[in-house]
Ligand binder design. Sequence first.
Ligand SMILES: C[S@@+](CC[C@H](N)C(=O)[O-])C[C@H]1O[C@@H](n2cnc3c(N)ncnc32)[C@H](O)[C@@H]1O
Length: 247
Amino acid sequence: MIEKEFGVPFPGQILDPTQWVQTALKKFPEDGFLDFTAIFGRQAPIVIDLGCGNGRFLIQSACSRPEFDHLGIDVLPVVIRYARKRGNQRGLRNLRFAVGGAYELLNRYIEAASVQEIHCYHPQPYYDPKDVSKRLITPQFLTLVVRSLKLGGIFTIQTDHPGYWEYIKNIMPIFFDWKELTGTWPDSPRGRTRREIIARSKKLPIFRGIGTLLSIGNLDEISERASQLKPPLFNADRRLQELDRLA
Ligand SMILES: C[S@@+](CC[C@H](N)C(=O)[O-])C[C@H]1O[C@@H](n2cnc3c(N)ncnc32)[C@H](O)[C@@H]1O
């Protein structure tokens, strides 16, 4: 059976139940960092998707890059349930999904200089002024991304929100070697994630770029510099809010 989302096939194939696996990561350590070698039973480059939603991007990546291990996290238990089910049914041993906050994950559970790739697709812009402080992409959050990445590691960020993008594209070069990307993803021309597929179907522009960590600076200095930078205080366009209910 081929599963589809908005007419776009979902990556991977549902295997015979005898080959299903468990992709749930249910426990975080009381103290210390996640031990990826113990979790995956091997040493491999780590890919993390923050706010992974139903896991479409990570599932595609885990299917097409078996040499990488993957962790997706989202605050919403219901989307993680969908992600896990699909990951389980595809027998993906190089994939785990957890319920939790992106900031908290990096801040408490990820060892410095341990991750190859961090991805964040369509972070919520938060429309209500009282929720503005929940916006994920802040100078402090980017400091944690820098701390988590290995030298040469990448941070991929994508949004369809013009206000958020204006903020992101100005702040990313302060932390990374930054490159804006145009066009569609070669690996997923119709969209890497559910939200991208929906946004494309509504003819919204998709903004994206990749930051590469080219030098590991002094983290205290980076934090100090981050504390001088502005938070994301753009005006959210409420017309885009309806799409968030679908995504
Ligand atoms: C617009 S959706 C995008 C989902 C997916 N990345 C995609 O592109 O389809 C934003 C997702 O981020 C999650 N989210 C919001 N704040 C978060 C946080 N602080 N930590 C982790 N996930 C968060 C939401 O639950 C939601 O699933």
